[in-house]
Write a protein that binds this ligand. Sequence first.
Ligand SMILES: O=C1O[C@H](COP(=O)(O)O)[C@@H](O)[C@H](O)[C@H]1O
Length: 260
Amino acid sequence: MSTTHPPPNAPVLLSFANTDALVESLAEFVTKAQREAIDKKGKFTIALSGGSLPKLLRGLIGNTAVRWKNWHVYYVDERVVPLDDPDSNHRSCTEHLFSKVDIPREQIYTIDPNLLDDLDELADSYEKELIREFAQKDAARFPVFDLILLGMGPDGHTASLFPGHELLSEGDRWVAYLEDSPKPPPKRITFTYPVINHASRIAFVAAGAEKAETLRQILDHPETGLPAARVKPVFPGQLFWFSDDAATALVSYPKTPFKL
Ligand SMILES: O=C1O[C@H](COP(=O)(O)O)[C@@H](O)[C@H](O)[C@H]1O
C-alpha cells in the first residue's frame, strides 16, 4: 500500500536591504527556533554550514536570548582537512562564533580528525554521531533537526551536493563522502537530502550580487534541478531563504516581509 504525503510547504523568501538587517533578523529567527525547541524538549539541535554563513551568525554573539548550554551543533558538510586547517568549516565556525560565546565544546560535533585518511570510515563515524543523537529516541528513518542552516554557492550547490554529482540521488545514507568536489578541497563529507529535508526548519542564507542569477533559477525555475532547488522539506517542515536585495534583484518569486 502506498503512503501519500502532503506536498511540501512553499519556500518563504525574505530579502533584506543590507547585510546588517539580514544578520539581525537571522539571529531573531534562530533564537525563536531555539526557544521553541528547548521549551518542548530541553535541547536545540542545529546543523551549520561553512562558506559565508559563519560570519553572518554574528547577531548571536552577546545575544542574551541564546541559551548556549542547550545547543547541540553538527555540521551539514565538512571538508576533509584537520580541524584547524583554514579550509575547515569547523574552524570557520569557531573563529567567527564559538570562540566568542559560552557553548559547551562537547556539544559541538566535529568530524573525527583521526580518520582523515579513510573517507568511508569518516562519513560512517559522523553518521554514528547522528544516530547517537537521533535514532534511539524516535524510531524515525531519518534525523529531525530543529534547524538546518544552508549556504548556496554561485553554481547552485548546497552543503557538498554539487550540480550533476551522483550524491544528488543518494536516498539511503545519512552522511556521504565525495573525493571529487569541483570546489576545493576535493575531499568532503556531507549530509544527504533525506537528512536535510527531514529538518523541522531549513534556512538558506545567501547574499550578494554574484548569487542573483542562480537564485533566480532556483526560485523561479526550480525544475532545472540545481542542488539548492532540490531542498524540499518533508511536510510540515518549512524552508526559508534569508537573502539580500542584491541577491534577489532578478527574482520574480514573491518576497515575504520578515516577522516572527
Ligand atoms: O563549500 C561550501 O560552500 C557552500 C556555499 O558557500 P558560500 O561561501 O557560497 O556561502 C557552503 O554552504 C558549504 O558549507 C561549504 O562547504
